[in-house]
Design a protein around this ligand. Structure first.
Ligand code: GLN
Length: 605
């Protein structure tokens, strides 16, 4: 096993996760099996109880693990399925050590950060690195470990110390360290190397020497700055890597590859590279395609955590994956749901009318998942507008529940219909608490992870899922449609098209006589890939840009010819043909080693 530790300097949020994922991508495209571990040095056991305002979205894994959103980047870039243990937190490590102490495993010794906590960290990493992540039984060959935060943080110290020891435990030829640092460009635009020098000094002081220094900057890294960092930080100039801002993150693996990272790793870690002709080819085509598409598709995302885009990271990525397949540039309008509410008309008229203008201008309306009462009436208003104006609508989890409430109130005449989450005493509880686990705690008590969903009838969603009888998407919810009232909906053409294996839980809705009105109780965005967009999202985007009927006619396949027919702007170039063959016909999906996500996040613009 080869370990690559990615640490960060100066500030967090400069795209360390994207760089770490891109390194994994390059190695994967050399034929190596790659896995990833994300370390978050906070005391929470997992991300499950986080407010999206603090850390962005909570990413959900197949096994129900509620983890940091960076694990989503690894899954999308490396096209792998990770496990909850691939996310290490200080909380998890301490919990393990304290449990051992209670059991008496330390035989009366004083339990300390060094060696007990550091040993627990090393053992965890060694154990998890070996777990297969790519649908085969084969153990990975390379493990990328991203250490969250910046070097020097008090919280990160036990981890830095653990890796200082780890380099000797697994031997130098099996371990290397990449330090991602910031090269700021203050007013005059001149690139400054001092913050990087300081952070490398801090790293060395703690016993880790960087093998590569990756410099994040606004514009391409200047030669003199590279030389200066090389001189002062005691690495060769070729070990200083520049990653400047880009239009989309598809470019990052390409940029790293251009700076000969493959050759570097092959030598440094004695890797057996199995080069392929098409190395990173799909990435290049995707990046070029992303940059060449100009016709936009405007989508309104009606949410609650609108101040931080990361709160809807996977939803936005899934929309982008689909938009690129539909030859459209995603224009996303994020609307604060509460601004759509009637009482805002007098309280904050400017916000009210602006929000409604944005909603009315959009080609499609998406209501994502969420928790709590605030903004729900605004979401219900948005659903009503989409339903009655024939605008494509996609409701995810809470979004589906809002669609049920809207229909109950306005079509079934169920007065005050609501979810018991919002109104525990509602006279018409159309959405109710249906717990699977009730141990009284908030953490880890939801219906979580991949669950089998069976299509009960022929429907649009089933077609979009290529006529599969059942699907497995990831869940994260407590409340569900009240099964005792579903017949009232069905009678009016509001169909519950998919259920759980026991036939009790309503998993998806569809409305007849509407261009696209779909709700789904799970979160399909977590499994969307750039080369394999999530089917409901793809259907939604195609419907929003008017391409869904043709797509349906063709049995939900975008062949090159079909693509050419549908495309209004870049249908016939060779590149398009090639991409269509690889991407849209579904060939080589299983070996799409170099799949990625398409958008600029955390500083990797
Ligand atoms: N709050 C809702 C529930 O718990 C929806 C959750 C979600 O959208 N993820 O069921």
């Amino acid at each position: 096993m080869k370990y690559i530790l990615v640490s960060g300097g100066v500030i967090s949020g400069i795209g360390k996760g994207i760089i770490a994922s891109s390194i994994g991508t390059i190695l994967k495209s050399c034929g190596l099996r790659v896995t990833a571990i994300k370390i978050d040095p906070y005391l929470n056991i997992d991300a499950g109880t986080f407010s999206p305002y603090e850390h962005g979205e909570v990413f959900v894994l197949d096994d129900g693990g509620e983890v940091d959103l960076d694990l989503g980047n690894y899954e999308r870039f490396l096209n792998v399925k990770l496990h909850r243990d691939n996310n290490i937190t200080t909380g998890k490590i301490y919990q393990q050590v304290i449990n051992k102490e209670r059991r008496g495993d330390y035989l009366g010794k004083t339990v300390q950060v060094v060696p007990h906590v550091t040993n627990a960290i090393m053992e965890w990493v060694e154990k998890v690195a070996k777990i297969p992540v790519d649908n085969t039984e084969a153990s990975p060959e390379v493990c990328i470990i991203e250490l969250g935060g910046t070097v020097g943080d008090i919280e990160g110290m036990p981890f830095v110390e653990a890796f200082r020891q780890f380099q000797f435990r697994v031997k130098q030829e099996n371990f290397c360290n990449i330090h991602v640092s910031l090269v700021p460009q203050p007013t005059a635009g001149e690139q400054k190397s001092m913050p990087t020098q300081n952070s490398v000094r801090a790293l060395r002081g703690l016993g880790l020497s960087p093998d590569l220094i990756v410099c994040r900057s606004k514009t391409p890294l200047e030669k003199e700055v590279r030389e200066k960092i090389s001189n002062i930080c005691h690495v060769g100039p070729s070990q200083v890597i520049g990653v400047h801002d880009f239009s989309c993150i598809y470019h990052v693996p390409l940029l790293l590859q251009e700076q000969n990272l493959t050759q570097y790793f092959a030598k440094r870690l004695s890797l057996t590279i199995r080069p392929r002709k098409s190395m990173l080819y799909k990435w290049r085509t995707l990046a070029e395609k992303h940059d060449r598409v100009h016709t936009s598709c405007t989508i309104a995302l009606v949410g609650k955590y609108t101040k931080l885009e990361d709160a809807y990271a996977s939803v936005i990525k899934a929309l982008r994956h689909s938009a690129i397949m539909a030859n459209r540039k995603l224009e996303l309008t994020i609307i604060e749901a509460a601004h759509l509410e009637e009482e805002m008309k007098t309280k904050k008229p400017v916000e009210f009318y602006e929000a409604w203008k944005k909603l009315c201008c959009a080609q499609g309306v998406l209501v994502p998942g969420g928790f709590g009462n605030r903004g729900t009436e605004g979401k219900i208003a948005a659903v009503h507008w989409a339903r009655t104006h024939n605008k494509p609508f996609l409701g995810i989890c809470l979004g589906m529940q809002m669609a049920v409430i809207e229909f109950a109130r306005n079509e079934l005449g169920l007065k005050g219909a609501n979810s018991t989450e919002n109104a525990p005493d509602t006279e018409n509880p159309v959405v109710i608490d249906m717990p699977e686990h009730t141990n009284g705690n908030m953490g880890g008590t939801m219906r979580l992870g991949a669950r089998k969903t069976i299509f009960k009838t022929e429907c649009m969603l089933k077609k979009l899922y290529k006529n599969k009888e059942s699907i497995e998407e990831r869940h994260r919810h407590r409340y569900e449609v009240n099964p005792s009232l579903t017949h009232l909906f069905e009678e009016k053409g509001f169909r519950f098209v998919a259920q759980d294996t026991e036939g009790v839980r309503m998993e998806a809705i569809e409305l007849d006589d509407h261009p696209f009105f779909v709700g789904i109780q799970s979160h399909p965005e977590f499994k969307s890939r750039p080369l394999e967009p999530s089917p409901p999202y793809l259907g939604f985007i195609l419907a929003s840009c008017g391409k869904l009927p043709q797509y349906m006619q063709r049995g939900c396949r975008l062949s090159p010819r079909h693509e050419h027919l549908l495309s209004t702007e870049e249908g016939d170039s060779d590149l398009e043909e090639e991409l269509s063959k690889i991407v849209l016909e579904g060939k080589n999906h299983s070996d799409s080693n170099d799949s990625t996500s398409s958008e600029s996040t955390k500083g990797s613009k």
